[in-house]
Design a protein around this ligand. Structure first.
Ligand code: HEM
Length: 409
């Protein structure tokens, strides 16, 4: 028999073995009678064809399982169940799932992402908006997130950029005058130079930078894009926000201390985040130990999707879950009310580390924008015709629209 035929047979046998081993691992992990039930998987792709993960909960309840390729994954649906897992059993659901795409993005070093601020705190300085390197970086980050499948081609350029920008910082490093997180990182790196297991190595440095840039920028700007679209679609709400801005700020630049005096604007920003639902599937978690949830047994290491969309649109928590309705966050007297089911930043141990910064950015950008400009749909398009269908992507932004911004007198 020719060697090419033998090689072919060997390959087929090897692939079959891998296939059986994968199926066996799915079987062993999750074939217990008390594992959460779920829709029947198709061969090879499992349940990857299910686009709306909220739907299976109608049949299987708030804890169900799906098969992503060969990986059994448990989905948590609705406010009560997500809270029970992420808040009440926080330690058990605190692990980050090892998704190959995320692993590659962080090149295996993502766990070191502990900081909660981006550019200015990373560098202690600002880039000019016209700086060609900086604009190129922003473009890369957006593309990386939108075209997730092509991110590998973009990553190296992103890393090269950070290398150039931060080498400059290294040259002027002064341990007595630490300007930024990056300075602090470099100083620790020098201190631990002889420790081969130190976390402060170059790979972790790259991951820290790219994680903070990508986690912090696309999320906030996508939310603001939703804000612009929603204000254009609902001009009466836009007008009420502007009236409140005029009453409280006048022509003063917005500052955080004004927020408590602007309940309507605050409610509108919260409702933008609830409605926009920019990370509908959250980031994937994994269990750190064997755990029981609603009577189901979930073994250690199981991938978990705490479905944020199901919390932000939970019918038992929101009066009009599918509408844009700022009154969700206002009481009868027009005072701002907090809602437990407001979880765009998730909850528990893994909740977004940039939440405080993001809330500040949203308030300051949104109020500045509406203080200076009025938003209108493009000529010939009625605001009521603006389509609120979300774009498909890791973060779900609005579809592209032409919007006019008229300077206010
Ligand atoms: C509107 C803006 C934002 C939203 C809606 C948002 C939402 C989220 C969500 C849902 C997660 C996953 C939480 C989980 O796994 O349970 C997350 C993680 C994260 N966010 Fe944000 N985020 C925003 C802005 C920011 C900003 C401004 C930064 C940084 C400066 C940031 C840094 C991070 C990091 C580093 C993680 C990963 C934390 C971990 O792995 O434990 N985010 N964010």
């Amino acid at each position: 028999m020719e060697w090419t035929v033998l090689t072919g047979i060997f390959l087929v046998l090897a692939l079959t073995l891998v296939f059986i081993m994968n199926i066996k691992s799915v079987w062993n992990c999750c074939n217990r009678g008390d594992f959460p039930p779920g829709p029947r998987p198709l061969p090879v792709i499992g349940n990857l064809h299910i686009m709306d993960l909220k739907r299976p909960s109608q049949t299987y309840g708030p804890v169900f399982s799906i098969q992503m390729g060969f990986t059994k994954t448990v989905v948590l649906s609705g406010y009560e169940m997500v809270k029970e897992a992420l808040v009440n059993q926080a330690d058990a659901f605190a692990e980050r799932a090892e998704v190959p795409a995320f692993e590659e993005l962080s090149r295996g070093n993502g766990d070191f992402t502990v900081a909660n601020v981006i550019v200015s705190i990373l560098l202690g300085e600002r880039f000019s908006y016209t700086d060609p390197q900086f604009t190129r970086l922003l473009h890369l980050i957006n593309e990386t997130i939108k075209l997730y499948s092509q991110y590998l081609f973009l990553l190296d350029e992103l890393y090269a950029f950070t290398q150039v920008a931060f080498t400059k910082h290294l040259k002027t490093l002064d341990r007595n005058d630490q300007r930024s997180l990056i300075d602090a990182f470099f100083i620790r790196q020098q201190e631990e130079k002889s420790d081969t297991k130190s976390y402060f190595n170059n790979d972790n440095f790259k991951s820290l930078i790219s994680n903070l840039f990508s986690a912090g920028m696309d999320t906030t700007s996508t939310t603001l894009c939703w804000g612009i679209l929603l204000m254009t679609k609902y001009p009466k709400i836009q007008q009420k926000v502007q009236e409140e801005i005029e009453k409280v700020l006048g022509s003063n630049p917005p500052r955080m201390e004004y927020r408590s005096k602007m309940p309507y604007t605050d409610a509108v920003i919260h409702e933008i985040q609830r409605f926009a639902n920019i990370l509908p599937m959250n980031l994937p978690h994994a269990t750190t130990m064997d755990v029981t949830l609603k009577g189901y047994f979930i073994p250690k290491g199981t991938y978990i999707i705490p479905l944020l969309a199901s919390v932000l649109q939970d019918k038992s928590e929101w009066e009009k879950p599918d509408a844009f309705y700022p009154e969700h966050f206002l009481d009868a007297e027009g005072k701002f009310v907090k809602k437990e089911a407001f979880m765009p930043f998730s909850a528990g141990r893994r909740r977004c580390v940039g939440e405080t910064l993001a809330k500040m950015e949203l308030f300051l950008f949104f109020t500045s924008l509406l203080q200076r400009f009025s938003l209108h749909s493009a000529p010939g398009v009625s605001s009521s015709d603006l389509d609120l269908t979300p774009e498909v992507g890791l973060t779900s932004g609005p579809l592209p629209h032409k919007i006019c911004m008229a300077a206010r007198a």
